[in-house]
Ligand binder design. Structure first.
Ligand code: HPA
Length: 277
């Protein structure tokens, strides 16, 4: 057994000792969206700090715990706060929670984030269904492969599952919530981009930019977790307006968009679960 898998098993044993719950859908909540977990029917909570060998996030506004419970009658695990590469963790640390949620039994990973709008047609407060991604951070799969989870050279042609995207799209439509659709690019951060970098990523085909998500989606695809993702466009990316970017602005817009975002997530999860056999 690889050292990486041994570590994962240690985390999993810790979880199993404390929690008896098998989630179907795993969710990761981005900046400003964390309190969604407080609104679901909770059955248990597990602080990251109480899990042996688990990385603990340092970002203000990010709680650090798994919340277990129900969205409608769907069994979910929600990560309230994620770990970011820019905090100084290795990519292995960053994606460990995704792998752990796979071991917990989750079959779908629902990723959310706050992102900067690169596409000129986007506005602050828009939601974007992620159709595909560009990962400019190092791949989380570098290093010894965890054969227990997946193959050395995994396919990435359908990272954001087509069927799940169809469900989210039709859910948004039925709720009358406008939904953009586009490519998310992950840079390492923690600095926001320069205007020249935003021009570059637009040329590369990105519609939204952020500091998370793509690496988690790669790890999820590697271990066979079907993935879907939505960005909350919290600001227009650098250079589109003259205003300097602040984390407070990102947080404020995400907070304002949160009620609608929560509605979209809730209904999407319920509709996705209907299609799980
Ligand atoms: N750039 C990078 N990450 C972000 C942004 C941005 O403009 N907004 C929210 N996360």
């Amino acid at each position: 057994m690889s050292k990486r898998y041994e570590r994962l098993e240690r985390c999993y044993s810790c979880f199993k000792e404390k929690i008896s719950f098998t989630p179907d859908v795993a969710l990761i909540l981005g900046s400003g969206l964390g309190d969604y977990a407080d609104s679901i029917t909770q059955t248990a909570v597990l602080d990251y700090k109480d899990i042996d060998s688990f990385p603990v996030s340092t970002v203000a506004g990010h709680k650090g715990r798994f919340v277990f419970g129900y969205i409608g009658d769907v069994k979910v695990v929600i990560m309230q706060g994620r770990v970011h590469y820019y905090e100084g963790y290795s990519m292995e640390d960053v994606v460990l929670p995704v792998r752990l949620m796979k071991l917990m039994g989750a079959r779908v990973l629902f990723l959310t984030n706050a992102a900067g709008g690169v596409n000129f047609n986007y506005h602050a407060g828009d939601f974007m269904l992620i159709s595909d991604q560009i990962c400019m951070a190092p791949s989380p799969l570098i290093g010894e492969n965890i054969d227990e989870l997946g193959v050395r050279f995994p396919d990435m042609s359908n990272i954001y599952d087509r069927d799940l995207r169809d469900i989210v799209r039709s859910t948004a439509k039925s709720l009358n919530i406008p939904l953009q659709e586009g490519v998310y690019i992950q840079l390492t951060g923690p600095n926001y981009e320069s205007p020249a970098e935003i021009r570059m990523v637009r040329t590369l085909g990105a519609d939204a930019v952020g500091m998370s998500t793509a690496c988690e989606a790669i790890a999820a695809n590697h271990c066979g977790l079907k993935t879907v993702g939505i960005s909350c466009i919290s600001n227009l990316a650098c250079g589109i307006t003259d205003k300097p970017l602040t984390h407070a602005e990102v947080q404020e817009t995400a907070d304002r968009a949160a009620p609608l975002f929560k509605q979209l997530i809730t209904e999407s999860v319920v509709n996705i679960a209907k299609k799980l056999d």
